[in-house]
Design a protein around this ligand. Structure first.
Ligand SMILES: NC(=O)c1ccc[n+]([C@@H]2O[C@H](COP(=O)([O-])OP(=O)(O)OC[C@H]3O[C@@H](n4cnc5c(N)ncnc54)[C@H](O)[C@@H]3O)[C@@H](O)[C@H]2O)c1
Length: 321
């Protein structure tokens, strides 16, 4: 199945960016919004995100650093045609369709990406309300960050064609996307959505099953939590904790660098949840984890030292692709 028409539902922070990205990559893209008021609120947002892309392209022209590279827009600095890319970004903005009429929006639509406010009941109600307008072929993806797709898959009326496609804020630069199926999603649709992610210049990260927090937040939240715990309980100062990580592993940022980028309000509310459900949130399956390590150790795959661990290495210790 070829994806041609894409409808993004919701024109907020993420919806606006996803729609610009899909249109930029050549898909016929519509943003469905629930009212004329939402349309008027979405317009300046689309302008702002377009302006941001143009500013980043200008920065890339002037200065080439790993921090200003917009992989969602171009392949590399070397084959980057500034004038042509600027035109393409502007054209994507001009060609986007904004629509409040469901019948028109969903007509002949191949893929829906739902990027509405994080509210389970409202999302369910929305999925139920669109069923009568959707062609049989339409695949539905949710961009939800904290809800599991299985929580509302029945409301879509097509759980086999429903999965999560989770973008990161700033998608033209942070161009990864997490593809997460439910137990009901059919393989075929996971493959189509993964290909679509590549076609809109994202790097797809495919989860084999549902996991709250997907990949990135499942890694990041324990990391940030441990950093804050070390500081809050008086073990060390902020700079030393960051340096332990940065100098000790060669990573560019420590936990407190990341806190400042994310903004402190989100971790605060995540911690409120974690404090209420500590067991559920920080329990690891040590039996399965040890079995993974033991099998490697038994096979002499201990790491760089033996030429193979989780990855393979040449004699000089360089990773082999
Ligand atoms: N903001 C982020 O950094 C981020 C990152 C990844 C995923 N997400 C997810 O993306 C989704 C949207 O987040 P956002 O930050 O863009 O939110 P936002 O508040 O900026 O935008 C929400 C949009 O949904 C629309 N909306 C709200 N209720 C609606 C309803 N009942 N019917 C139709 N439209 C409705 C609003 O008009 C608005 O256009 C959420 O599920 C969120 O978890 C957000």
């Amino acid at each position: 199945m070829d994806i041609k028409k894409v409808v993004v539902c919701g024109g907020g922070v993420l919806g606006a960016q996803i729609a610009l990205q899909a249109q930029y990559s050549g898909f016929d893209t519509t943003i469905w919004l629930r009212s004329e008021g939402s349309v008027e609120r979405a317009k300046p947002r689309l302008e702002k995100f377009t302006e941001q892309r143009l500013n980043d392209l200008e920065l890339m022209k002037e200065e080439q650093t790993k921090f200003n590279f917009a992989g969602g827009l171009v392949d590399s600095y070397d084959d980057f045609d500034y004038e042509a890319t600027v035109e393409k970004v502007k054209k994507a903005h001009e060609e986007l369709t904004l629509e409040t009429d469901m019948e028109k929006a969903f007509d002949d639509c191949d893929l829906i990406i739902e990027a509405m406010t994080e509210n389970l009941d409202q999302k369910k109600e929305f999925y139920e309300s669109i069923q009568e307008y959707l062609p049989e072929k339409t695949i539905i993806c949710t961009n939800s960050s904290s809800l599991l797709p299985s929580e509302f898959m029945e409301a879509t009326g097509r759980p086999e064609k429903f999965l999560a496609l989770h973008f990161a804020n700033g998608i033209h630069k942070m161009n990864v996307v997490e593809v997460m199926r439910t137990s009901e999603t059919e393989d075929e649709y996971v493959e189509i959505v993964t290909q679509f992610a590549k076609d809109i210049r994202m790097q797809p990260l495919v989860l084999k099953k549902e996991k709250a927090g997907y990949l990135l937040n499942s890694l990041l939240i324990p990391f940030l939590t441990s950093g804050l715990d070390l500081y809050a309980t008086g073990v060390a100062d902020i700079e030393d904790i960051d340096n332990a990580w940065k100098i000790g592993t060669g990573a560019p940022m420590g936990p407190f660098d990341i806190y400042d980028i994310v903004g402190l309000k989100t971790p605060y509310s995540i911690n409120e949840d974690l404090a209420k459900n500590p067991k559920e949130n920080f329990v690891y399956d040590f039996d399965k984890m040890q079995a993974v390590l033991k099998e490697k150790i038994d096979d002499e795959k201990i790491g760089v030292e033996t030429g193979e661990g989780f990855y393979k290495y040449d004699e000089d210790g360089n990773k082999i692709d």
